[in-house]
Design a protein. Structure first.
Length: 202
């Protein structure tokens, strides 16, 4: 039996040309990225990312390790899904073929039951299959550096990726985007998902 049809409509989000998909189950792209501050000799830190292409709703969390054994990152991702009303129902979840991110996708699918999760693995060397989350990674990295530069100027100190404030900056970057980034079509991602204006304090 042939699968459902999907229509792809190019529509900028974050000013980066992210792709929105209309029709069929929501598509969520997940991936790991490596980020650091702009300080010299800083080390890369692992960040788990997710992006709902239909609403441009983003997720980011610093990880201590890759895979589903990082319970904080996995549980945070599940809460993020529930925020969007995607804790149940049918959802598409796409990752690359890396073992650790596939294990995360499998764990999410198990946690969503009885909701159905269509786990997809993008072809090797097919960066366009995960284009939305890759652009989301670039946006998060830029916001994180901006937040830490501002904090450093206010507190007169420098921050590195190993510092607790880096983990906060990663989470806060996603928070700011979801609630305050007006998309080309008008509302913010939070307004699209919650059908109300976000009034949280920054």
């Amino acid at each position: 039996m042939p699968g459902p049809l999907f229509w792809r409509v190019s529509e900028p989000a974050l000013g980066d040309g992210s792709v929105r998909r209309d029709g069929g189950p929501p598509l969520i792209e997940i991936d790991y990225s490596f980020m650091r501050t702009g300080e010299t000799n800083d080390v890369l830190s692992t960040v788990l990312l997710a992006y709902t292409t239909r609403t441009s709703y983003g997720f980011a969390a610093k990880c201590d390790k890759k895979g589903p054994s990082d319970h904080y990152a996995l549980n945070s991702l599940l809460r993020w899904l529930n925020e969007q009303g995607l804790g149940t129902g049918v959802t598409r979840l796409r990752s690359d073929s890396e073992v650790s991110i596939r294990a995360v996708a499998t764990a999410i699918a198990a946690s969503r039951r009885p909701g159905e999760t269509m786990v997809e693995v993008s072809p090797v060397h097919s960066s366009s299959s995960l284009g939305a989350v890759e652009r989301w990674s670039q946006s998060v990295a830029g916001l994180v550096r901006t937040l830490l530069i501002d904090a450093g100027r206010r507190l007169k100190c420098k921050f590195m990726a190993k510092d607790a404030l880096f983990a906060w900056a990663v989470r806060h970057a996603a928070f700011l985007h979801n609630r305050f980034q007006a998309l080309q079509r008008g509302p913010t991602p939070f307004e699209q998902v919650q059908r109300q204006i976000g009034r949280a304090h920054v």
